[in-house]
Unconditional design. Structure first.
Length: 292
C-alpha cells in the first residue's frame, strides 16, 4: 500500500487534472453551440444553390462547362483527395477516424488503378502523412476551427484550376459529417465534377423561372459558388464535429478523474486509519512496558 504522503500528492494531481478537463469541456460546449449554429445557417444557402443548379441543368450544358464535364472511365489523371483534420488534439478518435477513412479511400482508388494527389488541411493529418512518408501536394494549417467562405474559396481555387486544365480527373473531400454532437461519421464526398442533384430535400414539383440574361451565364456564375459552398460546408461541419468530439472526450476524462479520486481517497483513508492504529498500538505497548 502506498504511503499517505504519496497518496495525498496523487490526489492533488488528479484534482488539478480534473479542473483542467472540466474547463476544457465547458469551453468545447460553448464553441460547439456556435459551430452548430454555423452549420445550420449554412444549410439553407447550400440547398438553394443545389435547387437552382438542378433546375437549370441539362445534358447539353455538361460539355459546355468544364466543372460539369464528367471524366472518361479509367482516366489516367490523378484524383485530388482533400483531407480535413484539426490542428489540435484531445478530441478522442476524431482525427484517427478521418485519417483512417482517407487511407481507405486512397487504397480503394489505387486498387482501381487511379493515382491520388493528397491535399491536407490541419496539423494532425499533415503530421501523420509526413510520418508515413506519403507525398503531399499541398497543406494548410491556417484555417483552424472557425472556417470562413474566404478560406473555402482559397482552398478550392487551385483545385478548380487544376480540374479545368485537365490535370486532375476529380476532386474529393474527406470530412466529418455533423449529424449531431454524438454522431459525426467520417465521410467522402466528390466535389468536382459537379453532379447536380436530381431531388432537392423540401422541394416538390418543378420551379418556373424567368431567366435573365440566360441559363448559360447564370450557371457560369453559380457553379464556382456551388463548388466553394460544398467545401465550406465540409469545413464547418468538421469544425463542429471536432468540438463535439472534444467535449465528449473531456467529459469522459472528467468522469474518469472523479472515479480515480474516489478510489484514491478510500485508499488514503485506509492507509491513514492503519497508521493511526499502529501508533495507538505502539503507545499502548510502550505504556505496558513501563508498567511492567
Amino acid at each position: 500500500m502506498a504511503k499517505p504522503r504519496e497518496l495525498r500528492r496523487r490526489i492533488r494531481s488528479t484534482q488539478n487534472t480534473r479542473k483542467i478537463t472540466k474547463t476544457m469541456e465547458l469551453v468545447a460546449t460553448s464553441k460547439l453551440k456556435r459551430a452548430q449554429d454555423r452549420v445550420v445557417a449554412a444549410r439553407p444557402y447550400a440547398a438553394a444553390l443545389a435547387a437552382v443548379i438542378a433546375d437549370l441543368y441539362s445534358p447539353d450544358l455538361a460539355e459546355r462547362f468544364a466543372l460539369l464535364r464528367q471524366p472518361a472511365p479509367g482516366g489516367g489523371r490523378p484524383i485530388a483527395l482533400v483531407l480535413i483534420t484539426s490542428n489540435r488534439g484531445l478530441c478522442g478518435a476524431f482525427n484517427a477516424n478521418l485519417i483512417r477513412e482517407a487511407r481507405r479511400r486512397m487504397h480503394e482508388l489505387e486498387r482501381a488503378g487511379r493515382s491520388v494527389e493528397l491535399h491536407l488541411v490541419g496539423k494532425k493529418g499533415i503530421g501523420f502523412f509526413r510520418f508515413a512518408r506519403q507525398p503531399i501536394a499541398s497543406q494548410r494549417v491556417d484555417i483552424g476551427d472557425r472556417p470562413t467562405a474566404a478560406h473555402a474559396a482559397d482552398l478550392m481555387a487551385p483545385l478548380v484550376a487544376a480540374f479545368e486544365a485537365g490535370r486532375v480527373d476529380a476532386v474529393e473531400v474527406v470530412f466529418s459529417k455533423f449529424n449531431s454532437a454524438l454522431s459525426t461519421p467520417p465521410s467522402v464526398e466528390r466535389i468536382l465534377p459537379v453532379t447536380p442533384p436530381t431531388k432537392v430535400p423540401g422541394r416538390t414539383g418543378t420551379a418556373n423561372y424567368i431567366l435573365r440574361p440566360s441559363p448559360e451565364l447564370i450557371l457560369e456564375r453559380l457553379l464556382p459558388l456551388y463548388v466553394e459552398n460544398q467545401m465550406f460546408r465540409a469545413l464547418v461541419e468538421t469544425a463542429a464535429a471536432e468540438h463535439g468530439a472534444r467535449r465528449t472526450a473531456m467529459k469522459n476524462a472528467t468522469d474518469n478523474a472523479g472515479d480515480l479520486l474516489e478510489g484514491l481517497r478510500r485508499t488514503y483513508n485506509r492507509a491513514r486509519q492503519a497508521q493511526i492504529t499502529q501508533e495507538i498500538a505502539e503507545i499502548v505497548g510502550g505504556a505496558e512496558a513501563l508498567q511492567g
